[in-house]
Design a protein around this ligand. Structure first.
Ligand code: AMP
Ligand code: TRP
Length: 332
């Protein structure tokens, strides 16, 4: 029996991933390499839907690749590639735009949220067609599973609809993928505002643990995280959201169950607990950051690895695209 194929993508929109990206997404990507044929894309074309600075796009694409590898995505076991190096994404993207209805695309909540921020008139057309490009990302690889966060559920549904519609109209061409919503994935909250999710775009820099930040910086952020009322270390999301978030982080990184941690810190204060969390986070991230920095030192080697990934990706993607064109009746 052949292995199930997994595909996911992440945008290179920041210099560093944060702990939420890791625990909520990338950690599951790493786990899925086991027993699956995994394709992971750094979706730089999707990142163009907002204003970009060329030097930053390049830097962030390479930094994303280095971090993914440092976090455990193995370029030998998985196909790790940069989307723009596989032109079939744009090509199938157009076919998907021609399959999707305007009304259907107009119902995408991510477009509505993002475009309302800048004002609908100045939102890029690419932001509107983003979900059709995402459908192409997935369908090119005949993916069985698409591990993503809850916010991407609607885009996966659209992908399934477009694949089904194409298959019905033009003959079996695409595998209809299953979403793989990362429900059990830890949701990590902001350290300063522990009822909101950790995110680059909202909240303060002090609330976000960045993978590429210096260890002292992250230790300080944890030690000065928001302090809840009371003094007992107990998992209570309602009354103690800050402590609950720190317990989630500690447990996810150390592998110690939350109940055990509560026992260990019984009778100790928040100060001791925060120091322990800082220690766990810093020691967990230290080798990851070092590995990412080492990969970024040798840019040529890193780019070679990405070229190899793109070559593997193109060999799969070109077969699917050829089939789609043939079934559509284009003259080859
Ligand atoms: P973003 O860059 O915000 O689109 O996030 C990339 C991936 O990380 C998505 O799959 C998100 O579901 C996941 N993610 C982002 N922030 C968090 C968070 N605070 N907790 C858990 N997962 C997150
Ligand atoms: N839209 C996804 C996000 O914001 C990123 C993405 C692009 C993606 N193409 C994909 C995710 C294909 C899964 C599969 O997180």
């Amino acid at each position: 029996m052949s292995m199930k194929r997994v595909l996911s993508g992440i945008q290179p929109t920041s210099d560093s991933f944060h702990l939420g990206n890791y625990l909520g997404a990338v950690k599951q990507w790493v786990a899925l390499q086991e027993g699956h044929d995994a394709f992971y894309a750094i979706v730089d074309l999707h990142a163009l839907t907002i204003e970009t600075e060329p030097a930053l796009l390049r830097k962030r694409t390479l930094a994303s690749a280095a971090q993914l590898i440092a976090l455990g995505i193995s370029p030998d076991r998985s196909t790790l590639f940069v989307q723009s190096q596989v032109p079939q994404h744009n090509q199938l993207g157009w076919l998907m735009e021609c399959m999707a209805g305007f009304g259907e695309a107009n119902r995408m909540t991510q477009f509505k949220d993002k475009s309302s921020k800048s004002g609908a008139d100045s939102a890029r057309v690419g932001l509107f067609t983003y979900p059709m490009l995402q459908a192409a990302d997935i369908l090119l690889y005949q993916a069985d599973l698409v591990p993503v966060g809850e916010d991407q559920r609607q885009h996966i549904e659209l992908t399934r609809d477009l694949a089904g519609r194409f298959n019905t109209r033009y003959g079996q061409t695409f595998k209809v993928p299953d979403g793989y919503i990362l429900k059990t994935a830890a949701k990590i909250n902001d350290l300063q505002e522990p009822t909101a999710k950790m995110s680059k775009s909202s909240g303060s820099a002090a609330g976000v643990i960045e993978i590429m930040d210096a260890p002292e910086v992250n230790a300080k952020k944890i030690k000065s995280s928001m302090t809840d009322a009371g003094s007992e270390v107990r998992f209570d999301e309602k009354d103690k959201p800050g402590i609950a978030n720190l317990l989630t982080i500690h447990s996810a990184l150390s592998g110690t169950p939350i109940a055990t941690l509560e026992g260990e810190f019984a009778g100790k204060g928040y100060g001791d607990f925060k120091s322990a969390v800082a220690e766990v986070v810093v020691e967990y991230l230290r080798p990851i950051r070092a590995k990412a920095l080492e990969l970024l030192e040798d840019e040529k080697h890193l780019i070679d690895l990405l070229h190899e990934g793109a070559a593997k990706a193109r060999s799969v993607a070109s077969g699917t695209l050829e089939n789609a064109y043939r079934n559509l009746g284009t003259v080859a």
